[in-house]
Design a protein around this ligand. Structure first.
Ligand code: PLP
Length: 426
C-alpha cells in the first residue's frame, strides 16, 4: 500500500489557503534520503552528489540538498543562472549538456563549472568557443550495444544520442591532455529509472575498467567517475525501494577490486541523481471537478498534463490516493483525466479506485522529480504552485502559481497588458 506523506486533515487545511492543483514536497523525506545517500558513499572521501537541476529546478528544495553536501548538475543556461544566484560556483557545478549552444559553454566556463563533454567534436568546439581547454574536464562515455543486467535489457545505449564511443574517448583524452587538461573525469548514463540494485554495480565494472585502460593508454590523471542519474524509485505499489546502502557497498567492493588494485585508489565517485533525490517526496494534489459517463467512466480533475506530463508521454504509472477513502473498496474503474484537448491527458487509465465524488482530493504520487519541471503551457494552461511541507508541519509557498500575465509576458509589442490589466483574473 502506498501512503501519501501528508494526511487528509492536513491537506484539507492546506487547500483552505492554497487552491488546487499544486505540487507539495516533503522536507523530512528529502532530508532523510539525502543523508542515507551520503552515508552509503562515505567510504569514498571525494564522493559528491550533483543534484540534477532538471529534475526539480526549485532553489528552496536544492538548498535543502546543499545541507548534505550536494552540488548541482546543470544542462542549460537558465539552470546555470539559477545555480549562480544560489551561490554555487566552481567544482560544485557539473555542466552535463549535449548539442550545447556556444553561449552555454561560455557561461559555464565563466562560473568555473566542471564541463562534461558529450561528443568528440566538442573538444574543438569548446576550445574555439572559450579559447582554451579547461584544466579539469570530463567526457561522457557511451559503450554502444544494449545494456543488459542478467537476461534483462535495461536500455539501448547504441541508439542513444549521448556520449563518446570507446575509440573516441581514448583519442579524446589524448588530445585534451595535449591541449593542457590536467584532471580528467569519466561520465556515463546507461539506463533510466532502474528498479534494480545492480545498475550502478554493473556500470561500475564497465567504467572502472575503462578508467584503468584510459590511464594505461593515455597516461592521464583520472580524478573522478560520474555515475550520473538513473537510480529509480518505486512508482508502483509493492515495488521495493532501491537499497542505497547495498549499492554503496557494492561499489566499494568493485572499486577496491578494479581501481585500488590498479593504483587508482584516490578516484572520487560522483553522481547526478535527480529522481532518486526528490521523486518520492513530491505529490500533485488535485480536486475532482467533473464526472462523465460515456463508454467509460471518467473523473475530470483540475490538474492536467501541463502539471505532470509523464503519464501522457511515457504512459508512466503514478499511484493515486483518493484522500479520506483509503480504506474503502477499490471497486470503481476510472480514467482520471485533465482538461487538455488531448486524449492522452489522463493520469490513470482503467484504474480501480474507491467511488470518487466531486470535490474529493486526489493525491498523485511520486511527482517530486521530472514532474513540475516538465510542465508546459499547451492550451494556454498555467503551471501550478509548489509548496513545501516543512519538518515542523508548517507550509511554505516555494513557487507561486502562474497567472495569465505570466503567459502573455513574452508578447512584446501586442497591447495585451493595456487591454486586460483591469480584469480581476489577470
Ligand atoms: C545528464 C543527466 N544527469 C542526470 C540526470 C538525472 O537522472 P535521474 O533523474 O534519472 O536520476 C539526467 C536525466 O535526464 C541527465 O540527463
Amino acid at each position: 500500500m502506498k501512503k501519501p506523506f501528508v494526511t487528509h486533515e492536513k491537506l484539507q487545511e492546506i487547500t483552505k489557503e492554497y487552491p488546487t492543483p499544486f505540487h507539495l514536497y516533503d522536507e523530512k523525506g528529502i532530508r532523510e534520503n539525502a543523508k542515507a545517500l551520503q552515508d552509503a558513499f562515505s567510504w569514498n572521501p571525494g564522493f559528491k552528489e550533483y543534484f540534477a537541476v532538471k529534475a526539480e529546478p526549485n532553489p528552496f528544495l536544492i538548498d535543502i540538498l546543499r545541507d548534505y553536501g550536494c552540488g548541482v548538475d546543470c544542462s542549460s543556461l537558465t539552470e546555470l543562472m539559477l545555480s549562480k544566484v544560489m551561490g554555487f560556483a566552481g567544482s560544485d557545478i557539473m555542466f552535463s549538456s549535449n548539442m550545447t549552444p556556444q553561449e552555454e559553454f561560455v557561461y559555464a566556463n565563466e562560473m568555473g563549472a566542471i564541463i562534461n563533454l558529450d561528443d568528440f567534436t566538442h573538444i574543438d568546439f569548446l576550445e574555439k568557443t572559450i579559447g582554451h581547454i579547461p584544466e579539469t574536464i570530463s567526457c561522457r562515455y557511451n559503450p554502444g550495444g544494449v545494456f543488459q543486467i542478467g537476461n534483462s535489457i535495461m536500455d539501448n545505449p547504441g541508439d542513444a544520442k549521448f556520449g563518446f564511443t570507446k575509440e573516441q574517448i581514448i583519442e579524446g583524452f589524448r588530445i585534451l591532455k595535449q591541449k593542457g587538461a590536467k584532471r580528467f573525469g569519466i561520465h556515463s548514463f546507461l539506463a533510466s529509472n532502474t528498479a534494480t540494485n545492480e545498475y550502478y554495480p554493473k556500470m561500475a565494472k564497465i567504467l572502472f575498467e575503462l578508467a584503468v585502460e584510459l590511464k594505461e593508454k593515455t597516461g592521464v590523471d583520472i580524478c573522478f567517475i560520474n555515475f550520473s542519474g538513473g537510480i529509480g524509485i518505486p512508482y508502483q505499489p509493492g515495488q521495493e525501494k532501491n537499497d542505497i546502502a547495498y549499492i554503496g557497498n557494492e561499489l566499494r567492493r568493485i572499486y577496491d577490486e578494479i581501481l585500488t588494485s590498479n593504483g587508482l585508489g584516490d578516484v572520487a565517485i560522483y553522481t547526478e541523481l535527480g529522481r532518486y533525490m526528490t521523486g518520492p517526496y513530491g505529490v500533485l494534489v488535485t480536486k475532482a471537478i467533473h464526472e462523465k459517463h460515456i463508454y467509460k467512466e471518467y473523473i475530470g480533475c483540475d490538474a492536467c498534463a501541463v502539471n505532470l506530463m509523464r503519464p501522457a508521454i511515457y504512459k508512466a504509472y503514478h499511484h493515486i490516493t483518493v484522500m479520506g477513502k483509503e480504506d474503502e473498496p477499490h471497486d470503481h474503474k476510472y480514467d482520471i483525466a485533465g482538461s487538455l484537448c488531448e486524449n492522452n491527458d489522463k493520469f490513470a487509465i482503467d484504474r480501480m479506485l474507491p467511488k470518487i465524488d466531486i470535490g474529493d482530493l486526489l493525491v498523485i504520487h511520486d511527482t517530486g522529480a521530472h514532474g513540475f519541471a516538465m510542465g508546459y503551457n499547451y492550451n494556454g494552461k498555467l503551471k501550478s504552485a509548489e509548496l513545501l511541507l516543512k519538518e515542523d508541519g508548517s507550509v511554505q509557498l516555494i513557487r507561486r502559481a502562474e497567472e495569465p500575465k505570466d503567459y502573455f509576458a513574452t508578447l512584446d509589442g501586442f497591447p495585451i497588458y493595456d487591454a486586460l490589466s483591469k480584469e480581476k483574473q489577470f
